[in-house]
Design a protein around this ligand. Structure first.
Ligand SMILES: [Zn+2]
Ligand SMILES: [Zn+2]
Length: 484
């Protein structure tokens, strides 16, 4: 386990929390995973709990309020994220997939928080596209591996050539930079701030409107979550959206008339989501532009197809098609074998708002560091609920927040007894050890850990998920025997 780190680093202006922690870890010959593990964080996040931030402050020697200001944490972490002094809707900030500007890292190799903004697909400082994936192996960039700027395939990211963009195509991105207080772009937004629609909206609401408008562009018809391939052209859609806003409200009519055929109208959803008393003029202008003659007015359907629902939920169509349990649940039918029934729009949106991200059994098992069979036993024992709150079957999906909640709970309740750290060791999910702790066999052990009756020998910070828990073989055998 790490104690206080030997080498200190100072956060750089505009640096993201994950990027800073990565830099600190690398300086101390550790990995981000080790640093996170020691702070009790089980997944890569810019929004750790306050408790975890306190531990990170201890480790890094940086004041907790400084780390807190770099983090995206708000009082409503499932709905909002913080960026500097602004509160933004959650969809505007995402660190699932890492992006970077080759020009920026050539100047200073630190990760800028602005690259986590979903509307940013280009760097207006260097007039080039952000890099989303490795140009050698095609993998998208993640917060994994030893080195921020080297791919796991060995490719040196600092050598990826920048794909340049004409300055005229960067107008929208410059405004986003300005709205989020990036130095040297403040002038771009001064005139916008005093005219509609932005005059009546705060920064988060204004950016969210731009996001909704960009989503209506045919090129981004399937864009729903940051990390989509369509991300690459967000700057172009943003330009069109901004141009329409500058000609408010007359320009908006033509803009919305050329919207892509999406069954869920992003602009209407935005209007509905804005609290009453906020931007009333903006709302009524938009609704007027959206209004079509009575006989042409499409009735908002109560149901949606799987193909329509998948992009809303941010998952591939094929995955949702295989998720029979979820489809049955979303169709509102109680019976099995009704997966061909259309899905209820209301349930799809309810699921969307309740979940961080949907995981397959395999993905959830990987987070917990156990084989799928062991994960299945954990679900069957009722320790982790699937999204439908039912027993698992083929194609069941899990809420990532629920999986992490379970893992955090187990790790939090862990009691370490160093006296047990000798002799044979066993870990949850392993089948070759004595006793074997795979499948259902791990359930009494997990329950013992959760209620504090079974202590562990040590915690292996390098391991993943439940695999971190190192148990003494003899002690565990005795415990299992006493339970049965
Ligand atoms: Zn740049
Ligand atoms: Zn690669």
């Amino acid at each position: 386990m790490l104690s206080r780190l030997r080498f200190r680093e100072t956060p750089i202006d505009g640096e993201s929390l994950l990027g800073f922690l990565w830099r600190v870890a690398a300086r101390n010959c550790a990995t981000l995973g080790t640093l996170h593990g020691t702070a009790g964080i089980t997944y890569r996040t810019n929004s750790p709990t306050h408790h975890a931030l306190e531990r990170l402050a201890d480790l890094t020697g940086v004041a907790v309020n400084v780390l807190d200001e770099m983090s995206c944490r708000t009082n409503a972490p499932s709905r909002t994220r913080r960026f500097g002094k602004h509160i933004l809707p959650r969809r505007l900030v995402s660190w699932q997939r890492r992006r970077f500007c080759p020009g920026c890292i050539a100047e200073s190799p630190h990760h800028r928080a602005i690259w986590d903004i979903s509307l940013v697909s280009a760097c207006p400082l260097h007039a080039c596209r952000l890099v989303f994936q490795c140009d050698a192996c095609g993998k998208s960039l993640e917060w994994l591996g030893d080195n921020l700027w080297t791919c796991r395939c060995g490719r040196d990211f600092t050598r990826i050539p920048a794909k340049s963009i004409a300055h005229a195509d960067l107008v929208g991105t410059q405004v986003v930079y300005g709205m989020l207080d990036q130095p040297s772009f403040k002038a771009e937004v001064q005139e916008l701030r005093v005219i509609l629609p932005f005059a009546d909206l705060d920064v988060g609401q204004g950016l969210d409107l731009l996001h909704s408008l960009a989503m209506t562009r045919p090129a981004l018809a399937h864009w729903s979550v940051p990390g989509d391939e369509a991300d690459e052209n967000v700057h172009l859609a943003l330009n069109e959206a901004l141009e329409a806003c500058r000609r408010w409200p007359t320009g908006m009519e033509a803009f919305l008339a050329s919207a892509a055929q999406r069954f869920n109208d992003p602009v209407r959803i935005w209007v509905r989501a804005l609290p009453s008393g906020v931007g009333e003029q903006v709302k009524s202008d938009l609704l007027e532009c959206l209004a079509t003659p009575e006989n042409e007015q499409p009735k908002e359907a109560q149901t949606v197809s799987i193909k329509e629902a998948a992009p809303i939920l941010g998952i591939p169509v094929a995955r949702l098609q295989r998720a029979h349990n979820v489809c049955t649940f979303l169709s509102g039918k109680r019976m099995r074998g009704m997966t061909r029934a259309p899905l209820l729009r209301s349930l799809v949106f309810k699921l969307l708002s309740s979940t961080e991200r949907l995981l397959t059994k395999l993905e959830a098992s990987e987070i917990l560091g156990v084989p799928p069979m062991t994960f299945e036993a954990i679900v069957q024992a009722g320790l982790v609920l699937d999204v439908t709150g039912k027993a698992p079957s083929s194609g069941t999906l899990y809420d990532s927040a629920e999986v992490h909640r379970f893992l955090d709970e187990v790790l939090e309740r862990l009691i370490v007894n160093p006296a047990l750290d000798r002799g044979q060791e066993v870990r949850l999910g392993s089948s070759t050890t004595q006793p074997a702790l795979h499948g259902r066999r791990c359930i009494p052990v997990l329950r013992g850990i959760l209620d504090g009756r079974l202590r562990c020998a040590r915690v292996d910070e390098q391991a993943i998920g439940l695999h971190r828990i190192v148990l003494n073989a003899i002690e565990t055998s005795r415990f299992i025997a006493s339970e049965s």
